[in-house]
Design a protein around this ligand. Structure first.
Ligand code: ZN
Length: 160
């Protein structure tokens, strides 16, 4: 299966059956993320137990790429330490922005199906939003926007 059809298959599959979709009762950390360019809106809630992401769930109104990215993200970071999750957040962001050598060393595994978004400037933020929101939640920032002034992503991508 080539990369493009694998990508489409993953997007379809996660939209049909989003993993960890729903609401957590009394999460230890949560954040809301917005991507005004597309209209994506996401809630991410998680429990950090002994430094590990014990439970995680997401909910929201978003496009297919954003939803698939969120769904896959929750399955990958569940059980990971906060530090490992932060590493993945950075790597995913760099990959989506075309700054990561996908063939080089990284920890993204099957998340590399999203590597193609780097060639779709309008979709980059859709794919990154869940990761951006997870980062905000882990750092106890309750609202994240892809358009925030202090957002390094914003500066790097611009309004392309
Ligand atoms: Zn979107």
């Amino acid at each position: 299966m080539n990369t493009k059809s694998l990508y489409q298959e993953v997007i379809l599959d996660h939209n049909r059956k989003p993993r960890n979709y729903g609401v957590l009762e009394k999460p230890s950390h949560q954040a809301v993320g917005h991507n005004p360019l597309c209209g994506d809106h996401l809630d991410i809630a998680l429990d950090l137990e002994g430094g590990r992401i014990d439970r995680i769930a997401f909910k929201g109104e978003s496009c297919a790429i954003c939803k698939a990215s969120a769904s896959m993200m929750t399955t990958v970071v569940k059980g990971k330490t906060r530090a490992d999750a932060e590493t993945l957040i950075e790597e995913f962001r760099d990959m989506a922005m075309g700054k990561l050598d996908v063939d080089g060393p990284h920890h993204l595994g099957r998340l590399t199906v999203f590597a193609g978004v780097r060639d779709l400037p309008t979709r980059v933020k859709c794919a990154i939003l869940p990761w951006h929101t997870l980062h905000a939640a882990l750092n106890s920032v309750t609202v994240a926007s892809t358009e925030a002034e202090d957002d390094p992503m914003h500066a790097a991508i611009g309004d392309a």
